[in-house]
Design a protein around this ligand. Structure first.
Ligand code: PLP
Length: 386
């Protein structure tokens, strides 16, 4: 039989990291000592108290059953407590918080809850690929908002054409930002809320890096803006904050009707988060701040090594105050895919070409700070001898 996939799958952009993945495999096979600064996945383990909480919970038979779609009430209450403490905003744990199987899952299901065929989603470019791809899978049309360095990698809302705004239902934003490491000032978030109300657009604010901040910077949430709860939800994740990428747990919070829409789609797609993982997630949210501070110190040190190394060899870099990414311009006239390949061939360093995050990422490369200090120093040494 000739197996034919849905047309929507054919509409997805090509996976641009194929070449890099292939080169990586070949280099590994050849026994090369690769320094992988490509993937945004913490290299240090999940803290012990979280693993202990899982171990305890996994032995309780009640936790082996289907979990409730809405998540355990105690988890939602813990999220509300954490959130209030961090952002000084109260959330109703019954209606304004929904635990999810990692924020990627919730982000990818959101367009299915709100788009009709031909409706538009405003997505940042460069940006996290699911905003664009889930919109396409749900039958919608992504409209790319360029994130340009001259605008501090914030979208220029005034440049979005009126004809697009008429059809726009959703807008994705992500700050602290992957891949650019840019931050959103509160003044920008205020503009976004005003804009969303005026044009009746749902704001989906991705905060996967909310706790990965340095130099005493604290990232604001959009729900801190007055009136935001009428139009916005935030996507939160334990993945990057607590080194829990494999565990699959996060939450959506904010406007109750938006939360309910996402919950309805999800109730038809999955059957909740393993309760032992929910209880481990609670243990994570109860962690004392020394864990965050220690992680921040580790990334800060690596950042400083890589930034000063790159500056010495002529790159100009804005030292990021958040995320574990360094986003930097590559030499003029080079193409990011070729440049990343060169780094791999000549220095055994893996980095992510900017164009993989959208066409406005061309001309840039992303380094992830996901190797220890010694390896970071070795990477700088190799880069200097290029
Ligand atoms: C890592 C990442 C996520 C996904 O996190 P999960 O909770 O593990 O699904 C979401 N958004 C951005 C921008 C990310 O970089």
């Amino acid at each position: 039989m000739d197996i034919k996939t849905a047309d929507s799958l054919k509409k997805l952009p090509p996976y641009l990291f194929v070449e890099i993945d292939k080169a990586k495999r070949i280099a590994r096979k050849a026994g090369k000592d690769l320094i992988d600064l490509g993937i945004g996945d913490p290299d240090t383990p999940t803290p012990k108290h979280i693993i202990d909480a899982l171990n305890k919970a996994v032995k309780i038979p009640a936790n082996h059953k289907y979990a409730m779609d809405a998540g355990m009430p105690v988890l939602r209450q813990e999220i509300a407590r954490w959130y209030k403490n961090r952002f000084k905003v109260s959330l109703n744990p019954d209606t304004e918080i929904l635990p999810v199987l990692g924020s990627k899952e919730a982000i990818a299901h959101t367009p299915f809850a709100f788009l009709n065929r031909g409706d538009v989603t405003l997505v940042p470019d460069p940006g996290y690929p699911p905003y664009n791809n889930a919109t396409i899978l749900a039958g919608g049309k992504p409209y790319k908002m360029p994130l340009l360095e001259e605008n501090a990698f914030l979208p220029d809302l005034k440049k979005i054409p009126a004809s697009i705004l008429k059809k726009a239902k959703l807008m994705f934003l992500n700050y602290p930002n992957n891949p650019t490491a840019a931050l959103a000032p509160k003044s920008f978030l205020k503009d976004v809320v005003k804009f969303a109300k005026k044009h009746k657009i749902i704001i989906c604010f991705d905060m996967a890096y909310s706790e990965m901040c340095y130099d005493n910077y604290r990232s604001p949430g959009i729900l801190q803006i007055s009136g935001a709860k009428e139009v916005a939800v935030e996507f939160h994740s334990l993945s990057k904050t607590f080194n829990m990428t494999g565990w699959r747990i996060g939450w959506v919070c904010g406007n109750k009707d938006i939360v309910a829409g996402i919950a309805k789609i999800k109730s038809n797609m999955d059957s909740g988060i393993f309760q032992a993982v929910q209880l481990a997630g609670m243990a994570a949210l109860k962690s004392n701040t020394s864990f965050y501070k220690n992680m921040a110190r580790i990334y800060e040190e690596r950042r400083d090594i890589l930034v000063s190394g790159l500056e010495k060899i002529g790159f100009s870099i804005n030292k990021p105050k958040a995320t574990f990414y360094i986003w930097t311009k590559i030499p003029k006239g080079k193409n990011s895919m070729k440049f990343a390949n060169e780094l791999m061939q000549k220095a055994d360093i893996v980095a992510t070409p900017g164009v993989g995050f959208g066409k406005f990422g061309e001309g840039y490369i992303r380094f992830a700070l996901t190797q220890n200090k010694t390896r970071m120093k070795e990477a700088v040494k190799r880069l200097s001898s290029l």
